[in-house]
Design a protein around this ligand. Structure first.
Ligand code: NZQ
Ligand code: ZN
Length: 386
C-alpha cells in the first residue's frame, strides 16, 4: 500500500428532511447566494419550494441561474461567473444532477479568475480560490456532491474535459434519497451504470489493494442490487438511499487511496457525449464490456478473473481463466440489459464517421490507463461497440 493523505472534507447531511439544515448552512456562507439548477425538474417535484422555504429563513438575498444542460457547457459556466461577479455573490447552491453540480464548481472557481474559464478546465493549477459550494443532488450517479471533479463541454471544440482541484469539492452536501424518487427509469439506470463504472475503473489497478478491492465489490453489489430495485419501485427508500450513498463512495477518492488508479473507459466515453450529447452512463454501459474484452491479455487476465469470481460469487467455479472472464463479461452485459439500457452505439444513432477524431482526443488521457491504449486501440473499442 502506497502512502496517502486521507482528506475528504465535504460535510454530508444524509437522509429524509435533512433540508432543514440548509438555512443554518447558508447563513455561514454570507448574504448573497447564487442558486444553480437545471431544466426544471426541481420545480415539478417540489425540491425548489423546499429550498426557498429554507432560504427565506436566512434573511439573505439570492439570485438564480437555471437551464443548466445535461453535459454542461462552458458558455453556461460563463453566465454563472458573470452573475457572481456582478452581484458579488458569497456562495453557490447547486440543486440538481451532476451536470448542475459540475457547472457550479467551475462557476465557483471562475468567480475568482479573470481569464477565459475554459483555461481552468484545461489547466486546473490556475485555480487559486473558489466560492464555497453547497450541493443538493437530486439523482444518484456522478458523486459530484462529494468529489473534486467537474466535467465540462466546450461546444466550439467538441471537447469534454474533467478538471480536478481540491477547492472544487463542495463544503457540504444535503443528500435526501426522497429527492431521487422522481428520476425517470432511464436516468436511474444510467446513474447505476455510471456508479458501477466509477467503482470498476478504480478496481482495475496494476497493484493489489485488498481493502479497496473488497470495499469496491461490496459497493458494486449494493449498487446493482439497489439499481434493479428502484426500477421496480421508484419510491423504494432503502434502495434509493443505498444508491445515493454508494454514488459518493464510488468516486470520493477513497477507492483510489493507496495504489495507482488511472481510468480508461471514462475518457473514451466523454468523447461520445461531447460529440453526440448522449447520456454519460449509457455510453459507459455500452463501452465497458468491449473495453474489458479488448484489454484482456496475459497481464490482466488474473485481475479480471479475481474480479468476476468475487462479483458473481464464482469462488468455486472450475473454468479456464479466459473462459471465466468471457462468461463474467457476458453476465455483466446481461445485467445492463436488465437495466433496459441501449446495448449498441447504433441504437443511439452513432456511426463510425467520428471515431478517429474522438479516439485522437481520448488517447491523450488513456495513455496511462490500466492498459495503455493508442488511438487505433480506441477506434477498435468504438467499432466493437457499434
Ligand atoms: O435538468 P433537470 O430538469 O433537472 O433534469 C435532469 C436532467 O434532464 C434530470 N433529473 C435530475 N434529477 C432529477 C431529474 N429528473 C427528475 N427528477 C429528479 N430528481 O436528469 C437529467 C440528467 O441530469 P444530469 O445532471 O445531466 O445527470 P448526471 O447526474 O448523470 O450528470 C451527468 C454529467 O456529469 C458528468 C457527466 O459526464 C455528465 O456531464 N460526470 C461528472 C463526474 C464528476 N463530477 O465527478 C464524474 C462522472 O464520471 C461524469 O463524467
Ligand atoms: Zn462517470
Amino acid at each position: 500500500m502506497k502512502n496517502f493523505v486521507y482528506d475528504i472534507p465535504t460535510k454530508v447531511y444524509f437522509g429524509k428532511d435533512q433540508i432543514q439544515s440548509l438555512s443554518e448552512l447558508v447563513k455561514n456562507l454570507g448574504k448573497k447566494l447564487l442558486i444553480v439548477y437545471g431544466g426544471g425538474s426541481i420545480k415539478k417535484n417540489g425540491i425548489y419550494d423546499s429550498v426557498l422555504e429554507q432560504l427565506k429563513k436566512t434573511g439573505g438575498e439570492w439570485f438564480e441561474l437555471s437551464g443548466i444542460e445535461p453535459n454542461p457547457r462552458i458558455t453556461t459556466v460563463k453566465k454563472g461567473i458573470q452573475l457572481c461577479k456582478e452581484k458579488k455573490i458569497d456562495g453557490v447552491l447547486a440543486v440538481g444532477g451532476g451536470s448542475v453540480i459540475d457547472c457550479s464548481k467551475v462557476i465557483c472557481a471562475g468567480a475568482y479568475y479573470n481569464g477565459d474559464p475554459w483555461n481552468l478546465v484545461m489547466n486546473p493549477s490556475l485555480i487559486e480560490n473558489a466560492l464555497p459550494l453547497i450541493a443538493i443532488p437530486t439523482m444518484a450517479a456522478t458523486g459530484s456532491e462529494m468529489d473534486h471533479i467537474a466535467v465540462i463541454t466546450n461546444e466550439d471544440t467538441d471537447e469534454k474535459i474533467g478538471t480536478r482541484h481540491p477547492l472544487l469539492r463542495p463544503i457540504a452536501s444535503i443528500l435526501d434519497p426522497t429527492y431521487t424518487f422522481s428520476v425517470s427509469p432511464y436516468q436511474s439506470a444510467a446513474g447505476v451504470a455510471d456508479i458501477m463504472s466509477h467503482i470498476m475503473e478504480s478496481y482495475f489497478s496494476k497493484e493489489p489493494g485488498l481493502i479497496l478491492e473488497n470495499v469496491a465489490i461490496g459497493l458494486l453489489k449494493t449498487c446493482m442490487d439497489s439499481g434493479l430495485k428502484v426500477l421496480e419501485d421508484p419510491e423504494d427508500y432503502e434502495a434509493r438511499a443505498n444508491l445515493m450513498w454508494v454514488s459518493c463512495w464510488a468516486i470520493n477518492d477513497f477507492l483510489k487511496l493507496g495504489r495507482p488508479v488511472a481510468w480508461s473507459v471514462h475518457p473514451i466515453e466523454h468523447q461520445l457525449s461531447a460529440v453526440y450529447d448522449i447520456t454519460h452512463g449509457v455510453g459507459l454501459a455500452i463501452l465497458t464490456p468491449h473495453w474489458m474484452e479488448y484489454v484482456l491479455n496475459e497481464n490482466t487476465v488474473d485481475i479480471f478473473e479475481g474480479f468476476f469470481r468475487k462479483l458473481w460469487d464464482w469462488q468455486d467455479k472450475e473454468l479456464d481463466s479466459y473462459e471465466l472472464v468471457h462468461k463474467g463479461i457476458e453476465e455483466l452485459n446481461k445485467f445492463y440489459a436488465k437495466l433496459n439500457l441501449p446495448m449498441t452505439l447504433h441504437e443511439l444513432d452513432i456511426d463510425s464517421s467520428q471515431f478517429s477524431a474522438m479516439a485522437k482526443k481520448a488517447e491523450k488521457q488513456v495513455q496511462q490507463g490500466f492498459v495503455p491504449l493508442s488511438e487505433s486501440d480506441i477506434v477498435k473499442i468504438y467499432e466493437a461497440s457499434l
